[in-house]
Design a protein around this ligand. Structure first.
Ligand SMILES: [Zn+2]
Length: 417
């Protein structure tokens, strides 16, 4: 028996005017997903009430965790995804390379404090340029001295996404603005608040001094990645070993550091798939093959996660979201259904959206998500995998129990309502 968890990130939505009042899933014919929905279909609460909706909180729940008890912040998971191990007392941060610009031409506004947020990803800074900028920043005597005094370290990455670690922070939570949430706004009102916040703000000012003068940024002009922005603070946390808890083991196939971190902290394997990007042009075939290979090597569990529906929703790109779902169905779900019987004729699949991501405003939403559970031994009649059909089905109030449903424990007894 093999068990598959398919996560189409942010695929669930609310009715969209441009789609005649239907959601993307309601408006599409997705034959592979329809086969999966021929098993059990319903709604599940993957974001507990009172918890902020995001891939971090939703996917931790889907993996069977009580997020209210175990979650300390997104960056703790992303650090694990980047192979940065946190010690007790340390706090990890996502550190974005951002683009800020003076809010006006007045001299007073030309300082760091008078700037506004232009781009949360440094206008697409990546590769050796990103590494060179971080290298120059951490080699600068003024910035390096300040880091040392504060107890802050940056782990370089060839993307706009750096990981920072602060030593010796107390338990008081940080209040840090998400850089993608303040685009076009003055940064002065959104600087770090909370304990040790002044330290972080000083580092940001100092980073601007160093980065704006760097030759790479001078050549990028208005696209300069000229400031660091720490956010998503998370203290060292631990998650239970998945295999010990569930007696199933396998690969988590994903492009995103967050999910790699969740996998590693659970003791699961997260293979590197060349060309897996997290966008609509990702290497679907490579990701599917990585999952099938995991089964051929004897594992009995696998997770396959695609990020594109979420990204398209954040961009409010209706056609992009539709196309990302068509590709997910055509390039992942259908070939998976064709390939699995040769590996093991007996397999179960849990398909779901981790949370809603709304085309209407580009935001996450914590309402219950549609899910389907397929069993190759009793496949049922195909039906559309969508919010409306899920509403007619069963309801799982505690999404952390979905994994138990996939593994056939307590099936149909206490979990389903
Ligand atoms: Zn998500």
């Amino acid at each position: 028996m093999r068990y598959i968890l398919l996560i189409a990130d942010g695929c669930a939505d609310r009715p969209v005017g441009a789609l005649g009042g239907k959601t993307p899933l309601e408006s599409l014919d997705l034959p592979g997903c329809a086969v999966l929905a021929g098993g059990l279909i319903g709604l599940a609460r993957t974001v507990p009430i009172g918890v902020k909706p995001g891939s971090d909180t939703a996917i931790l729940t889907i993996f069977g965790n009580d997020v209210k008890a175990s979650y300390t912040g997104r960056a703790a998971l992303e650090a694990a995804g980047a192979n940065v191990e946190l010690k007790p007392g340390e706090t990890a941060f996502r550190v974005n390379l951002c683009t800020i610009e003076p809010a006006s031409d007045s001299d007073a506004d030309k300082s760091f404090i008078g700037s506004m947020m232009i781009s949360h990803n440094g206008c697409g800074i990546e590769g050796s340029d990103a590494l060179d900028l971080i290298g120059a920043l951490t080699a600068d005597a003024g910035f390096a001295g300040m880091m040392e005094r504060i107890g802050f370290v940056i782990h370089p990455s060839p993307t706009f996404r750096q990981i920072g670690v602060l030593n010796g922070a107390d338990e008081t939570p940080f209040d840090l603005a998400e850089p993608h949430g303040i685009l076009g706004l003055p940064i002065a009102e959104h600087l770090p608040k909370g304990n040790r916040a002044d330290d972080l703000a000083k580092l940001m000012v100092e980073s601007h001094r160093v980065l704006r003068a760097h030759p790479i940024n001078i050549s990028r002009g208005s696209r300069a990645a000229n400031c660091i922005w720490p956010w998503a603070a998370g203290r060292a946390m631990s998650l239970p070993n998945f295999e010990q808890l569930h007696q199933h083991y396998g690969a988590v196939v994903t492009a995103v550091p967050l999910l790699k971190g969740i996998a590693r902290m659970h003791g699961l394997f997260a293979p590197e798939v060349p060309g897996a990007t997290g966008d609509i042009n990702t290497n679907y075939e490579g990701k599917l093959n990585a999952m099938l290979e995991n089964f051929r090597e004897g594992a009995d569990f696998a997770v396959l996660h695609v990020e594109a529906p979420d990204e398209c929703s954040h961009a409010k790109d209706v056609e992009g979201k539709l196309e990302s779902l068509r590709r997910f169905d055509r390039l992942i779900v259908q070939p998976m259904l064709n390939a699995m019987p040769a590996i093991d004729p007996e397999f179960r699949v849990l398909l779901l959206s981790d949370h809603l991501t709304l085309l209407e405003n580009g935001a996450h939403d914590g309402a219950p998500v549609p899910f389907a559970i397929y069993d190759s031994r009793k496949p049922g009649e195909p039906e559309r995998f969508c919010e409306e059909n899920a509403r007619q089905g069963c309801f799982v109030a505690d999404g952390s129990k979905l994994i138990e449903l996939l593994f056939e424990r307590d099936f149909g007894k206490n979990i389903l309502q």
